[in-house]
Structure formats: C-alpha cells, structure tokens
Design a protein. Sequence first.
Length: 71
Amino acid sequence: MTLNTAANLWNADAFYEALIETHRGLSTEQSHALNARLVLLLANHIGERDALVQALAAARAAGVPTQEPKP
C-alpha cells in the first residue's frame, strides 16, 4: 500500500478544530501522551505496515529543517 499524501480529509477545518479542542486544558505532557495514543489508534486502524512506515518517514522529513550551505 502506498501512503496517500494528497488532500483527503473531509472538512479539514472542522477536524482541526476538534483536534485543538481535544487538547484544550491539557498540560504539555498530557498533550504529548494524547498525541501518542491518537497515533497508535490510527496506526491500528490503518493496519498496513508499509503505509505506516512511509507516514513515519514523511512526518519526520516534514519536521526536520533543511540545512542551507554556509557561504
């Protein structure tokens, strides 16, 4: 299975709002734990190892700033 990275989320704004609301009032530690539980729940739902490994790589690459060469 190939990871679908095209826009595929119905009503993305409403989902984002629900995600933010889910985190409201939590400490940073609680918020991180919630994110970890959410990732594991969604990974279980997807169930395809190849797609999950691709998602991990894509998420890591998106969060790592590129280093520009020094002059």
